[in-house]
Design a protein around this ligand. Structure first.
Ligand code: FRU
Length: 610
């Protein structure tokens, strides 16, 4: 049973205002011309303005005025002829000061003669005491983090402190397409049960709040107090500059630094990622020099004064897009005491299957400069699916863990995927390691974080089997639309291909395959369900298995709109969105060019957390 009350945003101050129970006085709407509207709202109204949205409309610009002063500006696709959904705007901070006047400029579509005064939104705009964000959509994931409503892209600013993992994310609170970049905030004690909080950082005069990172300043190097949480993010206005904010309540609320911007760089640079470098006793920041396809490295004693040291990337790896969302971390090589540095460079487009993806470089870092011995033409990918982007790690993670989470979408079609109430989820949280392969190169290992196993519910184990061209079929659990984890111990050394197909009675399917000779794993979603919302969506993605023995464990996680496949030893990860019209009901396994052994097949139903 779903706990509906969790999904109704609390808006605690509504009670303090004493307005929640009052009847909503009518809004006064004054049409000033074909594209300009004034909406007057008095303190007699309830605190939330409910705004009707039509996604196909262009953005209208809304200025919030109190006593003639512009207090806030945001953009909404106001409904003209049809209401797709509504979004709430919190009026409380402004109503507390007096009457609110919204000065709205709508971009009127020049291809027809309607003026903004004819929009349907004016009749349906109203005030309310709360906003019901309970799920109304079949593709909302059951065990992945999603915003309650509205748009989400990059995870960012993540830190761990006092037993909680904090996740901030690029959010549009006023629609399910990219706009109004704000840091949304959620947190969890166990990486699977998420609590949603109020937005942490909202746009200001320097711009909207793009991606960044947070650190726990244990020794008060910045002077904001011991253990203050310090966030640095990109203020994206006319330019992209770096700004700082700090928090004394474990990241619930932030105060913006008066000296912002702290790095007024002269070109498009964004997504600052910071960490404390023990050997050189200083803070390091990696900043994406987006259009130059390189990462800049800065150092600082106090998180406020930053000195440029070096750049890495020109001519390295994939160069076919902008470089964004960096991370730099030191990771121990499996089975050794050796440590190497991993520089994460998210890139868009230029991913191996088009659009966005997460590439990385393994090398050394001396406190000022990152270097690698890997030949410059080599590109390594953290995940070989099409829906894994902007992945970065939690700072201050316990037990030296390198725990990351990604945005489970792709800029190729993120704004078009067939959901509306919310758009985009995060990947499962994953823990990174490093391994050295036979080619002498170092690669990241990627495993679902151990906490993910706590989602397991009912377990069905099937006897060992020997499989050839005649397929073996397994039923997926029906509960919660078939969300599940499938664990298969396999040996494919005596066949050419070992194939796993997820399918439903409509014939929709996802086909996964080990190609033994090529040492590759692939996933084909061309017939997975709805695919025609973007010609860039149908895809076959392929990963190197780093496993010549062709035996091991495959783990597959199915949520309502995603399939994530992992090698049991973390040798590859593959994340792909799927939109089947009905949930997949069957797993069908077959082998071609010989026979394969299935030593164990276990299917776990998973407990929904959303
Ligand atoms: C990556 C990105 C970042 C930027 C953010 C804006 O997806 O383009 O570089 O900070 O999204 O939302």
């Amino acid at each position: 049973m779903k706990n509906i009350s969790r999904h109704i945003r609390p808006f605690a101050a509504a009670i303090a205002l004493g307005s929640a129970s009052m009847a909503s006085a009518a809004l006064q709407v004054h049409q000033l011309g074909s594209d300009n509207t004034l909406v007057r709202i008095t303190g007699d109204n309830e605190r939330l303005l409910i705004i009707p949205v039509q996604e196909s409309m262009p953005d209208a610009k809304i200025e919030v005025l109190v006593d003639g002063k512009v207090e806030d500006t945001f953009y909404v696709r106001l409904a003209d002829s049809n209401i797709d959904y509504t979004v709430p705007f919190d009026l409380a901070p402004y109503l507390a000061k007096g009457e609110v006047l919204l000065n709205i400029v709508s971009e009127v579509d020049r291809t027809h003669s309607r003026s903004a005064s004819e929009f349907i939104c004016w009749d349906e705009m109203k005030t309310a005491g709360n906003f019901d964000s309970s799920n109304t959509e079949k593709y909302r994931p059951a065990f992945h983090h999603t915003p309650l409503y509205g748009w989400m892209n990059d995870p960012n600013g993540m830190f761990y402190k006092d037993g909680r993992w904090h996740l901030y994310y690029q959010r549009n609170p006023y629609g399910s397409k990219w706009q109004n970049m704000t840091w949304g905030h959620s947190s969890t004690a166990d990486l699977v049960n998420w609590e949603h909080h109020d937005d942490a950082l909202r746009p200001d005069g320097l711009g909207s709040i793009f991606s960044g990172s947070s650190v726990v300043d244990k020794n008060n190097t910045a002077g904001f107090g011991n253990d203050a949480v310090v966030a640095i993010y990109t203020s994206a206005g006319k330019s992209q500059i770096q700004s700082l904010a700090y928090s004394h309540d474990n990241g619930s609320t932030f105060t913006k630094f008066k000296g912002n911007p702290i790095i007024p760089n002269q070109r498009e640079a964004r997504d600052p990622n910071m960490f404390w470098h023990e050997p050189s006793q200083q803070w390091i920041m990696v900043l994406a020099d987006a259009l130059e396809q390189q990462m800049q490295i800065y150092t600082s004693p106090d998180l406020k004064d930053w000195t440029y040291q070096s750049s890495f990337g020109k001519g390295y790896g994939s160069q076919f897009g902008v470089w964004e969302c960096p991370d730099l971390m030191e990771i121990e090589v499996e089975g050794t005491k050796q440590k190497k540095w991993v520089l994460v460079c998210n890139i868009n487009p230029g991913g191996p299957f088009g659009g966005s993806a997460t590439q990385y470089f393994v090398g050394d870092f001396d406190g000022k400069k990152f270097t690698t011995k890997t030949p410059s033409h080599v590109a390594k990918w953290m995940d070989y699916g099409k829906d894994h982007y902007a992945t970065v790690s939690w700072s201050n993670a316990p037990e030296g863990r390198h725990t990351v989470i990604g945005w489970m979408s792709n800029w190729d079609y993120a704004n078009e995927v067939p959901t509306m109430q919310f758009r985009s989820a995060n990947t499962l949280p994953r823990d990174l390691g490093l391994f050295k392969d036979a080619d002498g190169e170092y690669y990241l290992s990627v495993r679902p974080s151990a906490e993910v196993e706590t989602l397991r519910g009912e377990e069905s184990t099937f006897p060992a089997a020997n499989v050839g061209a005649e397929a073996i079929s397994y039923k997926l659990p029906a509960a919660n639309d078939g969300i599940c984890e499938i664990v298969i111990d396999y040996s494919a050394k005596n066949c050419k291909d070992l194939e796993f197909t997820l399918s439903n009675e409509k014939g929709e399917k996802v086909v996964m395959k080990f190609d033994v000779e090529k040492c590759e794993f692939s996933m084909d979603r061309t017939a997975s369900g709805l695919t025609n919302f973007s010609r860039k969506f149908p895809a076959v993605t392929t990963a190197p298995t780093h496993n010549k023995k062709a035996q091991g464990t495959l783990r597959i996680f199915i949520d309502r709109c995603s399939v994530e496949a992992f090698d049991g030893n973390g040798r590859f990860a593959m994340t792909n969105l799927v939109f089947p019209e009905n949930p997949y009901t069957d797993l069908i396994v077959s082998a071609q060019g010989g026979r394969a052994k299935l030593n164990n097949v276990t299917i776990y139903s998973l407990n929904a957390t959303n």
